[in-house]
Write a protein that binds this ligand. Structure first.
Ligand code: BGC
Length: 565
């Protein structure tokens, strides 16, 4: 294993040169509250991650992305940051963070952390100063404050809704006790939006980047990266185009001015050796708009949300894969592929539903899911993802096949969406339940025996612990380990392109390199496979007699090699 980690950074055959590792890395997302709890307070922490680095290396993670770990009142799971240069005591200390970065590097694993530049916590020193300093002050100009409309300024400055329900505006009480201005909070009321027209805000974030880069952090995942700049005239939102999607001229999504921020950050990241990496959470109207963020002087990568939203249907998948590859190639960027994250219903559950796209309507949560089917399709889907050229993002627990926990009692739910929407949307807690590591009963090794995880783990996760799956060659974990190993070591997976080959309706077949082939069958019929192939990996084991020898079952995938011509 040591050899493997070492050869990775040395750029052995079929591997990225060290400098552009992000072009085809497997990045494992750690939702820190729910990964591993070393001190037994029920909440995951930095020492918990330090204790699981062997697991991450053995899985085959090239990098980890850790969700926000800064001091935070946790109004939105840490995406409400009170101090960008420290660690919340519930997660550990700055010294622990530095130790984690060192130890991860010793394991051959890069460390990305989460930057939240669109908004701070309302407990951030800047926000308090903004309230105290009064109207028109430089302190208030760091945020988006406006007078209200109507008599007495009683109505919000415009009709923008918060993403978490209700209005995006909150009125403050001025220091003299009078009813005051309103501030913009696109997310929770505890997450005031920063004003990116303010030079001090820009300078502050460059200083924050340096602070962490100086501590060895390899890069940042940038939260809400396409929405930092707001049209200062704050116009009402345009109507959605017929058929849905994002309108042109949106006043805060994809404003032209946002690109300057990333050009400046890219210059800063390039001053480090090795150069630090910037990855954006970017929601924009089209793939063409997305890759404008990935021009050579901007971000290194962006999450592929259109791919994540695509149902497991061959034509739709091929269309989104082609669009991704074509648009990314046009700017020399490397594509990314992702099935799940901490904001979406876990895909083992989604794929067990008749509707297999992403959470889009509150009612989706109530649709029954056939979990056996969901896991079977998940196995096929990850083999598709890991066969594609580019970078893959894995969300903690998907390698165990964890389902969404859909029956959490309301009083334990912490996602602000739950309260913000008057319990209409259950929210994202169900994909954030602490991981099961080992043992026969909760906390399943998440924390020490007797500790109580911050969200309850289902008793039937006994079969889904990392220890149980590590002992089972047919488990989801075994499939992930083997697929990641092959993806990293087989030279045919190294190139930046794929070649589609003819295949029956409802199926996909493509070549990587000269000999490697990936077949995926989302049709209802068996898919014929060429005779004479050498099997490399199969999502459904083809034990003797269980399968026609040259056919792939429905909802399955296979990697195989063809003989040299
Ligand atoms: C993060 C969410 C968070 C939101 C506000 C996102 O896109 O992924 O978890 O609630 O930004 O910071």
């Amino acid at each position: 294993l040591r050899d493997r980690a070492g050869s990775r950074s040395a750029g052995a055959a079929g591997e990225s040169p060290a400098g552009d590792w992000w072009r085809r890395a497997a990045v494992y997302q750690i939702y820190i509250r729910s990964f591993a709890d070393a001190n037994g307070d029920g909440i995951g922490d930095i020492d918990g991650i330090r204790g699981r680095l062997d697991y991450l290396r053995d899985l085959g993670a090239d990098a980890i992305w850790i969700t926000p770990w800064y001091p935070s009142p946790m109004a939105d799971g840490g995406y409400d940051v009170a101090d960008y240069r420290d660690i919340d005591p519930m997660f550990g200390s700055l010294a622990d963070a530095e130790a984690l970065v060192r130890e991860a590097h010793d394991h051959g694993i890069k460390v990305l952390i989460d930057l939240v530049p669109n908004h701070t916590s309302n407990r951030h020193a800047w926000f308090r100063e903004a309230i105290a300093a009064g109207r028109g002050s430089p302190e208030r100009n760091r945020y988006i404050f406006r007078d209200g409309r109507g008599p007495g300024g009683d109505e919000p400055p415009n009709g923008w809704p918060s993403g978490f329900g209700g209005s995006a505006w909150e009125r403050i009480v001025e220091p003299d006790g009078s009813p005051g201005q309103w501030y913009l909070h696109w997310f929770d009321v505890a997450q005031p939006d920063l004003n990116w027209e303010d030079e001090e805000v820009r300078a502050e974030f460059e200083s924050i980047l340096r602070f962490w880069f100086d501590r060895g952090v390899d890069g940042f995942r940038i939260d809400v990266a396409s929405a930092l700049v707001k049209d200062p005239s704050l116009p009402e939102l345009p109507l959605e185009p017929p058929g849905g999607g994002m309108p042109d001229n949106h006043p805060y999504f994809d404003q032209e001015g946002v690109h300057d921020i990333y050009r400046s950050w890219r210059r800063l990241a390039a001053t480090y050796t090795p150069a630090r990496v910037l990855l954006g959470e970017i929601h924009v109207a089209t793939a063409e708009r997305l890759v404008r963020y990935l021009r050579p002087d901007e971000l290194h990568g962006a999450f592929n949300f259109p791919f994540m939203r695509t149902p497991l249907e061959a034509t739709a998948l091929r269309t989104v894969i082609d669009a991704t590859l074509r648009t990314h190639a046009s700017v020399g960027a490397s594509p990314t592929w992702v099935l799940s994250n901490h904001d979406e219903i876990r895909h083992a559950t989604r794929f067990g539903r008749a509707y297999t796209g992403i959470r889009s309507r509150p009612g989706d949560e109530l649709m029954p899911s056939d979990l056996a089917l969901g896991r079977r399709r998940s196995r096929a889907a990850i083999m598709l993802v890991l066969a594609l050229p580019g970078c893959s993002y894995l969300y903690q627990g998907e390698e165990l096949g964890l389902p969404e926990v859909e029956d959490l009692p309301g009083h334990l739910r912490q996602d602000p969406l739950w309260e913000g929407t008057g319990h209409e949307i259950r929210g994202r807690d169900g994909c954030r339940v602490p991981l099961p590591w080992s043992g026969e009963a909760p906390p399943f090794g998440f924390g020490p025996p007797g500790s109580v995880p911050w969200l309850p783990q289902p008793a039937d996760w006994v079969a889904l612990t990392a220890a149980a799956e590590a002992a089972d060659p047919g488990s989801m974990l075994a499939l992930y380990r083997e697929a990641l190993r092959l993806r990293r070591t087989r030279p045919d997976f190294a190139g930046p392109t794929l070649r589609w080959l003819p295949s029956p309706p409802g199926t996909l077949l493509f070549a990587r390199g000269r000999r490697m082939r990936c077949a995926v069958n989302f049709s209802a019929q068996a898919m014929p496979l060429p005779a004479g192939r050498s099997p490399v990996l199969e999502s459904v084991p083809t034990e003797a007699g269980s399968l026609e020898p040259d056919a792939l079952q429905p909802d399955a995938a296979a990697w195989f090699e063809l003989p040299e011509e």
